[in-house]
Ligand binder design. Structure first.
Ligand code: NAI
Length: 327
């Protein structure tokens, strides 16, 4: 039986990991805290670590883990921008869950879009208070509008299909475009789209891909959806775009500085992040806290692939779904 230190553990993680761990001979030691320099020593006595999006695998953390004899880190997510890849190389085996449910994320993106433009979140609050007025609930049809998709991998492709189902026109941009005729240069996508949805990974190239300059190119009233990674958007520039009435709405499931607040109940505390507080206060901004992946199907797939990854490593010495060390 191998023991895995499971960082940033949440209530909803445990049922699927317990069931799967039993099948694969893995025992999870759950820690609510995130992995960082201060908490890395909690892995003492464990054979591996299991991480999520806001756990930090920096050089000092890797040194602490390897000092405890840890040789493997299983990321229970797709993205790995939280890992110092260069330093991890030759020190730790890194595996991830490349896909667990593109439908979960793409459907959440559409849920946010519909909520935001049809004002159902406002209507819900009104009717609970027996306020049946329709004033300021006016939305717009998606049919006939143009959706601009940045990143046409697994999630982007599902989102494109969903948008087509709504009768939307599609424009797309990808670093490695396919053969479809919807691919256009990024600036053209920004200029012509009514709805812009981000589905590319966070890399040096995509950092702040939505910034003051790209916002200036956008149509007045453009809606921005980000279910990918917070660092894709310059939040200050977005806030400015909203204040200037340039941005029609923003649907944010991720936020660049999310790690201190997302996934936690901080109600009753003073929010230190003024930008996030201002964004949330805007009537046309919808924020969910990195929830897009959270479906029953995705949680089961995450647990299954993570346990299978660890089992392959411990029993066969192989590393399926290994994180690529060059990107
Ligand atoms: P994927 O790897 O299937 O697709 C990513 C696409 O982005 C690829 O087509 C790739 O060629 C493209 N790409 C890479 N660099 C680019 C660049 N510089 N400019 C434009 N496109 C570029 O990944 P998948 O599964 O579709 O996930 C997309 C992102 O969604 C992940 O990187 C992750 O950050 C995020 N995600 C968010 C979740 C949430 O709960 N909010 C859950 C799962 C993933």
């Amino acid at each position: 039986m191998k023991t895995i230190a499971f960082f940033d553990a949440k209530e909803y993680d445990k049922p699927s990991f317990e069931a799967c761990g039993e099948r694969y001979g893995l025992k999870f030691r759950y820690f609510e805290t995130k992995l960082c320099e201060d908490t890395a020593d909690l892995s003492a006595g464990c054979d591996g670590v299991c991480l999520f999006v806001n756990d930090v695998l920096s050089a000092p953390v890797i040194d602490k883990l390897t000092a405890h004899g840890i040789t493997v880190a299983a990321l229970r997510c797709a993205g790995y921008n939280n890992v110092d890849l260069q330093y991890a190389k030759n020190r730790l085996k890194l595996m991830r869950v490349p896909a667990y449910s593109p439908y979960a994320v793409a459907e959440h993106a559409m849920a946010m879009l519909l909520t935001s433009i049809r004002r159902t979140h406002k209507a819900y609050i009104r009717t609970r208070d027996f306020n049946f007025s329709l004033n300021r609930l006016e939305g717009f049809d998606l049919h006939g509008k143009t959706a601009g998709i940045v990143g046409t991998g697994k999630i982007g492709k599902v989102f494109i299909d969903i948008c087509k189902g709504f009768g939307m026109k599609i424009l797309a941009y990808d670093k490695f475009p396919g053969k479809e005729d919807y691919y256009v240069p990024l600036n053209e996508l920004f200029e012509k789209s009514d709805v812009i949805s981000l589905h590319c990974p966070l890399t040096e190239e995509t950092y702040h891909i939505v910034n003051a300059e790209s916002i200036a190119r956008m149509k007045k009233g453009a809606v921005i959806i980000n279910t990918s990674r917070g660092g894709l958007i310059d939040a200050e520039a977005l806030l400015q775009g909203i204040k200037e009435r340039k941005i029609g709405a923003a649907c944010l499931d991720v936020y660049e500085e999310e790690s201190d607040v997302f996934f936690r109940d901080v109600s009753g505390h003073i929010l230190e992040d003024d930008t996030l507080a201002l964004l949330i206060s805007m009537p046309n901004v919808l924020v969910t806290s990195h929830q897009a992946y959270l479906t029953k199907e995705a949680l089961e797939n995450i647990a299954e692939t993570t346990c299978k990854n660890l089992d392959s490593y411990f029993t066969e010495g192989t590393t399926p779904n290994e994180v690529a060390f060059s990107r």
